[in-house]
Every structure is written in C-alpha cells, then in structure tokens.
Design a protein around this ligand. Structure first.
Ligand code: CTP
Length: 403
C-alpha cells in the first residue's frame, strides 16, 4: 500500500526496549509502515532479527549501511511520525543538543514531522537538572515528551521513570499523526486540568460524592499531551489509569483539590477545571463510624461551603494572561445559567453541558456550548469527549499568554 503512514520507531538502549515490541505490533497492525531504528546499545536488549521480523522491514542502526541511499537523510525526511521508545537520558541529551552519531540521531535531525519521545530511566536520572533541561528544550522546540509512569523500575527500585504502557504511547502517536506536521500548538506550554469528582468524608466509611466519571478531564489531558503540552492532571476519585504523558496528582476532597490546583498553576499557561467539585462538605468529620440509634430520628447533616476553586483561580492568575476554563453542569435553562456562571466565576471560557442521569456523566460522548468572556459562543455537536477536548484547546491556544 503506497499511502500507509510512515512511522520511524527509534529504540534507545534501555531494558524497556522489549516493551517497544508491543508498540511496534500495534503500529503495524493498525496499518502503519514502520521502520525500526534501534541504537547500537538497544540491540543488546532486543536483537535485529526481532525488529525486522515484527516490522517486516530491514533494520539499521548506523549510517554506513546502504550509503548510496543516504538513509540518514531519507529515513527522517520521509517519516510522518518519529517515536522514540524508550528514550534514554543519553538519547534525550543527544537530541536536545543536535548530536548525530548514529542513524537514529541523524533521523531526528532530518525529521520534519511530529516527534514523540517516551522516556524511561531511573528516577534520579529523570530528575537530574541536565535531563530536566534537555526535556524542556525538546518540548520548547515542539517535540512531544510523554511523562514516564511511576512504578517498579529495573531491580528493586520503584519511582518515576517507567516506560508508559505501550497502548498509551500508541494513543499519543495516533493523535500526533492525526494532527500532522507543524509545531504542536501547545508545545512548551504547561496546562493544568482537574478531573473527576471530589468526595467529602462524613466518617471513615461514608462520603458525599457526585456522578462525575473523569472521562472529559482525561480526554483533555490526552489531547493536550498530543498537542505538545506539559500536562498536570489533578485527579479526584476516577479509578481510571493514569494517562501517559501527564503528571498526575491524586486528590480526594475539594480542599485537597484546591491546594493541588493553586500549587500547579504557579507556572501554568492555562488551567481547565473539568472536575465536579462539591459545593459543600460535612461540617464535622466523625473519626468513628456514625451508628444509628434504635428508634431515634437521624441527626440532621450540617454542611459548610467549600471554596469556589474556579473563581479563586480566575482571580489569582499567578502567570499574567493565564487562561482559565471552567465547566458548567446544568439541568435547566442551560445557556442562561451558563452565561451568568461565566460572569460570576470570572473565567475566560466556560464549557456548558446539559447533564442528567443518562447525559454526559459517565458517557463517552457529550455535546456542549463553549461560552467565551469576550462574547464568543461555540457549539460542539454530540460526539466523543476527545472532540470536545480538542475544541477547548482550539479556543485556549490563541488566548495563551505570549511565550
Ligand atoms: N467549581 C469549583 N469549586 C467549587 C464548585 C465548582 O472550582 N466549589 C468549578 C467546577 O470545577 C466547574 C465550575 O466550577 O468548572 C462549575 O461548576 P458547577 O457545579 O456547574 O457550578 P457551581 O459553582 O456549583 O454553581 P451552581 O451550584 O449554581 O450550579
């Protein structure tokens, strides 16, 4: 097939190289033409025969093979997407500094398509200022660097640095390919997203909660990663697996969400409050389980107000020009209530959803109207939550502060 999307799968020398086999399988099975370019050290972990057999194509690591075909230029130029998984600290450093001493690093210099790096390394290496700066440089230039996952590392260590699940990396690749060439519009930006629903504890076994599934917030996180952003996802009680590429902060209550949000927005270009935050919490928390007393009427439940986080974020804006986006769940007079809420909260954009037992909450699809403080109104027809997420970023991107 002539028009299959061409993907270069770069593999650097880390133990996680074996997981790239699964990514390769997914890419080929979904109709991509994949050229695997391992580094010489990657071949210590998974051999040439495996890459060749799984991709159905020859495999080369250095620029001196088939020199007349100029593979170091051709491979990168022809690619629709380059993904490096795993990307070691060494590979990230070379890419950030434009070094080109093998076929993969040459390919990275000649590629003009979206480039995805999926790093995997020990936590100390990931956190070292040298790696942090290299990652920031690559992101600033438009590369998508997915955040490593947290968990068991090689040996007995655990921490941040695991290669994300190959299925998640595949999703990032699929979205980056769909968006095509050109610098991703959120490259070099930090965006903060809250997702899920807060739970306000009454006693050790009970809480006041809501029906939010977190799917919309997760869709916002995934699409922002694919558009090149550094993403902090503040997650409340969703039970969903962490999306690849996002820094995930887990919270339970509205007060915890507020603390996490205020911290995360300190250097953020945009914040999207997709979480359903409880307006009230029980006035008192019983440290022991509340028992019913035979024959007695239940004690009335006393509630106190939670802070309005969205209104606070709209007022604070520690980064000048920071874009603040809210969601409004409404059951009646949807647009009128939405407009009033936009003014009351002081945010730039408000995504207004009509909710009901079968509508929006928990569903994979939704419809919405996005109201802008400057008067704009964007109708998003019924469709996947990812499409709504992309529309939100389409509206956020031109409003971002100058970088
Ligand atoms: N929100 C918030 N803090 C709260 C309550 C809500 O930050 N204490 C945010 C939500 O994350 C959402 C937006 O405000 O982005 C709107 O939430 P919604 O529940 O629709 O609005 P309410 O403020 O609860 O208004 P009302 O009770 O009038 O519907």
């Amino acid at each position: 097939m002539a028009d299959r999307p061409k993907v270069v799968l770069g593999v650097a020398g880390g133990i996680a190289a074996y997981k790239a086999c699964e990514l390769l399988r997914r890419l080929t099975e979904s109709g991509h033409e994949v050229t695997v370019v391992p580094t010489a050290s990657a071949l210590h972990f998974v051999g040439e025969a495996t890459w060749s057999a799984l991709s159905g194509r020859p495999v080369s690591t250095e620029v001196w093979k088939d020199v007349h075909e100029v593979p170091h230029v051709r491979t990168g130029k022809a690619a629709d997407l380059v993904v490096v998984a795993p990307a070691t600290a060494d590979l990230l450093a070379k890419a950030a500094h434009g070094l080109a001493d093998d076929l993969l690093t040459n390919t990275l210099l000649t590629a003009r398509c979206p480039v995805v790096f999926a790093p995997a390394m020990h936590t100390e290496m990931w956190e070292h200022p040298a790696t942090r700066e290299n990652v920031a440089t690559l992101r600033r230039r438009g590369a998508i660097v997915v955040e490593p996952a947290v968990g068991r590392l090689t040996g007995v260590d655990t921490g941040k640095g695991r290669l994300p699940d190959p299925g998640e990396i595949f999703e990032v690749c699929r979205r980056a390919l769909a968006r095509g060439a050109g610098e991703p519009d959120l490259a070099g930006r930090h965006v903060v997203i809250s997702a899920g629903g807060t739970r306000e504890p009454l006693d050790p076994v009970r809480f006041l909660g809501n029906r939010s599934s977190g799917k919309q917030g997760f869709a916002l996180a995934r699409t922002a990663v694919a558009r090149g952003a550094r993403v902090t996802l503040i997650e409340a009680n969703t039970g969903l697996a962490d999306p690849a590429g996002a820094d995930v902060v887990h919270v339970g209550t509205a007060l915890e969400l507020r603390d996490a949000a205020l911290k995360a927005v300190a250097d953020a270009d945009a914040v999207v409050m997709a979480a359903a935050v409880a307006d009230f919490r029980p006035a008192a928390y019983a440290t022991g389980k509340i028992k019913k007393k035979d024959g007695a009427e239940p004690a009335p439940l006393e509630l106190v107000r939670n802070p309005d986080i969205l209104a606070e974020l709209s007022a604070v804006r520690p980064v000048p020009g920071q874009v603040v986006v809210g969601f409004a769940a409404e059951t009646d007079d949807v647009l009128d209530n939405g407009r009033a809420k936009l003014r009351r909260k002081g945010c730039d954009l408000l995504v207004v959803n009509e909710v009901g037992v079968d509508k929006t909450f928990g569903a994979a699809e939704s419809e919405a109207v996005v109201l802008a403080a400057d008067g704009g109104e964007t109708v998003v027809p019924y469709g996947p939550k990812e499409a709504l997420a992309d529309t939100v970023w389409d509206l956020v991107a031109p409003r971002l502060p100058r970088s």
